[in-house]
Ligand binder design. Structure first.
Ligand code: PLP
Length: 410
């Protein structure tokens, strides 16, 4: 099926295995527990000798169908679904790291991921934050005890584009796990496997779900990392095909023990959303490009950050790597123009913290998602106090430009 196009594959993926009553997509299975004809069969599933489901916290037929869909979209090996994107990140790292380990992370990260990494620091897992737009900065931070490198594709909210290929080559040559958060690009615009990622994070809440009606997250193992070289795999999971060792440990020590399970209803909503990812994303990218150009030409706007603008420092890299520049853009206002005044005049655009919704959303960054960092950390990360982040949706572009035009009028 992988030879077929992205949308065809996603639409018809559930039917690769027979579905009850000839249903065209996987129904919602709400059962928390699964019964077996014999206790011997129960034991076989428990011990991984037979495929099946034992208890909903570790997965259901509905979450498994979504996992398969994400695996195909990422052209990966296997996926585990979680209750949110943050659950996917925290449970994965919790499952793979031990006290004394070291992580190298991009300093340009979603704020809650930064907050999580600071918590790891208090648990004996040290994190070095570096400017990941240059692989050399990551290389300089590597230590013998570095277990993984963590980056985002297009950083939220300032849109820096990571040196994804350079870091991929570095991690491959040093045998370090390379984790790429693909949330902002989504597998329609970019597949981190192509640059050597070992593990791919997607917040399904965002573009893959797309409708802002369900939370979810996914962790995909691309199959590229040699887990026999990873010291933290438990003896329990060093069995069978070594390509499964990492993901089995993530499912057991991450999903099962942390319990951040995706509900069957949410899995179903997200799977339906995924069917139209390509269509929505194409519209999102063209709307975002038009809005970025409009804002860049506006006298009340001091700076616009969007990788589709030639003025963006990584414009050429984004063009080479991605099938589009996605829908996240941020901008600063000129001195004397109040961001709350502008946001207050928007009629169509919603003041909201989410991103990747079909509707266009706006948020003042410093007093919300970057509030806990304080003014000094914000300044060091290039987050201006007037920065506004926009998550561009799929509205008719004329309506969107008119709304911003009105909000920026005197
Ligand atoms: N990764 C990125 C890049 C994000 O922007 C977000 C949320 O905004 C997350 C992860 C977390 O996703 P969730 O809200 O589903 O936990």
């Amino acid at each position: 099926m992988n030879k077929r196009g992205f949308t065809t594959t996603t639409l018809h993926c559930d039917r690769a295995k027979p579905i009850e009553h000839g249903a065209t997509h996987k129904p919602v299975h709400n059962s928390a527990a699964f019964g077996f004809a014999s206790a011997h069969d129960l034991v076989k599933v428990f011990q991984g000798e037979q495929a099946g489901f034992v208890y909903g916290r570790q997965g259901t037929p509905t979450s498994a169908a979504l996992e398969e869909k994400v695996t195909r979209m990422e052209q990966g090996f296997l996926t585990v679904a979680f209750s949110s994107g943050m659950a996917a990140i925290s449970a994965t790292l919790f499952a793979l790291l031990r006290a004394g380990d070291h992580i190298v992370s991009s300093s340009f990260l979603f704020g809650n991921t930064t907050s999580l990494f600071e918590t790891f620091g208090r648990m004996g897992i040290e994190v070095s934050f570096v400017d990941a737009t240059e692989a050399a900065n990551v290389e300089a931070a590597l230590r013998p005890e570095t277990r993984l490198v963590f980056v985002e594709t297009i950083a939220n909210p300032r849109t820096q584009v990571t040196d994804l290929a350079g870091i991929g080559e570095l991690c491959r040559s040093r045998g370090v796990v390379y984790v790429v958060d693909n949330t902002v690009t989504s597998p329609y615009l970019f597949r981190p496997r192509d640059v050597g990622a070992s593990l791919v994070v997607n917040s399904l809440t965002k573009y893959i779900g797309g409708h802002g009606n369900a939370l979810g997250g996914a962790l995909t193992d691309t199959g590229l990392f040699d887990w026999t070289r990873y010291p933290n795999i438990s003896e329990l999971y060093r069995k069978g095909d070594p390509r499964t060792w990492g993901i089995v440990q993530i499912r057991k020590k991450g999903l099962r023990d942390a319990g951040a399970t995706l509900s069957p209803e949410a899995a179903h909503h997200l799977a339906i959303g995924a069917e139209t990812l390509a269509l929505r994303m194409a519209r999102t990218c063209s709307n975002a490009q038009a809005l970025a150009e409009f804002l860049a030409a506006h006298p009340k706007v001091a700076k616009v950050y969007y990788p589709g603008l030639e003025s963006h420092p990584q414009y050429a890299r984004a063009k080479a790597l991605f099938g589009g520049n996605s829908g996240i853009l941020s901008f600063e206002l000129v001195d004397g123009v109040d961001c709350f005044d502008v946001l207050g005049k928007l009629e169509l655009v919603i003041s909201s913290t989410n991103l990747g919704d079909n509707r266009t959303l706006a948020i003042p960054v410093a007093p919300t998602i970057y509030f806990e960092l304080g003014p000094e950390r914000r300044a060091s990360l290039g987050i201006a106090e007037s920065l506004i982040r926009i998550s561009v949706g799929i509205e008719d572009v004329e309506d969107l430009l008119a709304d911003f035009g009105r909000a920026l009028e005197d």
